[in-house]
Design a protein around this ligand. Structure first.
Ligand SMILES: C[S@@+](CC[C@H](N)C(=O)[O-])C[C@H]1O[C@@H](n2cnc3c(N)ncnc32)[C@H](O)[C@@H]1O
Length: 300
């Protein structure tokens, strides 16, 4: 049994788009702890679930004991088109990006700067990890990821400091890396967040190719949407949200009923501004703080 600690985010907002409907085919591309999928199943829908995580597979198997209408694929969602899907088109597709609370607490993955773990941060089982990045990326590559993915202004200073420190001794653990950040003299952006947050975000995005996964998925997803289907995406940082926002903008339906992309399909944007969690939800789940939900209705 897995100690499932993940609390699903904005589940009422997600369900509100399909309120009163039954028997929809739903694709949950980020099954995680199965919170959203469970709600879909309780509401009488059929769920096709994807996740790359081993514990998600175990949780999905548990859920199957009570619900027959779920199929689980252990895969990266960017490879949607290589899955032998039983159902080919969906009425609702959900992406709830990033990592689950179960993964955050897993010291083998090492996503948290509060848990001393070996430097890893790869939660999708890929080959790249934070240890390789910190100890073997060249200075320019380090600068790029801290600048672009961490939005750290003094990325060059940080990259120089890492290269200098690792020439004396490899950096092996999360706490060693946090200590390095503390000594680096870099002025991290905000006083509201822990000073290691941005650097950890950068390493996590790079280790898991988070942005590439999302962009690859978005290039394919229209092939899997029924007419009038909903595509709902929850993102947790501005880089992801920008990609989602631009995707909907570039493929939106215009007033003259043509599509922005000059193709014969597109989206009615249902969230002019992204939805955010209510104060009540934030009281129960602080992880909902940075979540932004964008939803489009597929038209073709
Ligand atoms: C925020 S959690 C989802 C939580 C889930 N909605 C719930 O209610 O329990 C994100 C999940 O997406 C998975 N994930 C992230 N990127 C993925 C990718 N490219 N392919 C497959 N799974 C991915 C992670 O492994 C994690 O389990």
């Amino acid at each position: 049994m897995i100690n499932n600690q993940h609390i699903p985010i904005m589940e009422n907002e997600i369900l509100s788009f399909i309120d009163g409907k039954r028997n929809l085919s739903i694709l949950d591309c980020t099954f995680g702890g199965g919170g959203h999928s469970k709600r879909f199943l309780e509401n009488g829908h059929f769920v096709t679930a994807i996740d790359k995580d081993d514990s998600s597979l175990i949780i999905a198997n548990e859920l199957k004991k009570n619900y027959s209408n779920i199929i689980f694929y252990k895969s990266n969602f960017k490879n949607l088109d290589s899955l032998d899907l039983t159902i080919k088109k969906f009425n609702f597709i959900l992406l709830d990006l990033g990592y689950s609370s179960n993964q955050l607490e897993d010291s083998k993955i090492g996503l948290s700067f509060k848990i001393d773990s070996n430097l890893n941060m790869n939660y999708l089982g890929g080959d790249l990890n934070a240890h390789r990045i910190i100890n073997y990326y060249d200075k320019e590559e380090l600068q790029r990821i801290f600048n672009v993915y961490g939005e750290i202004n003094q990325a060059e200073k940080l990259a120089n400091f890492i290269v200098n420190q690792r020439s004396q001794k490899q950096i092996n653990t999360n706490f060693e890396f946090v200590e390095l950040l503390r000594k680096s003299g870099v002025n991290f952006r905000s006083k509201k967040i822990h000073f290691a947050t941005q650097a950890f975000q950068a390493l996590r995005i790079e280790s898991n190719s988070e942005l590439e996964n999302l962009m690859t998925f978005l290039r394919k997803v229209h092939d899997y949407l029924e007419i009038n289907a909903y595509l709902a995406i929850i993102s947790f940082h501005s880089l992801e949200d920008r990609i989602v926002k631009n995707y909907f903008r570039d493929n939106k339906i215009k007033k003259n009923k043509n599509f922005q992309n000059n193709k014969n399909w597109g989206y009615e944007i249902l969230t002019k501004k992204p939805l955010i969690a209510t104060k009540l939800e934030l009281l129960k789940n602080s992880r909902a703080r940075s979540a932004k939900l964008r939803v489009g209705r597929f038209i073709n």
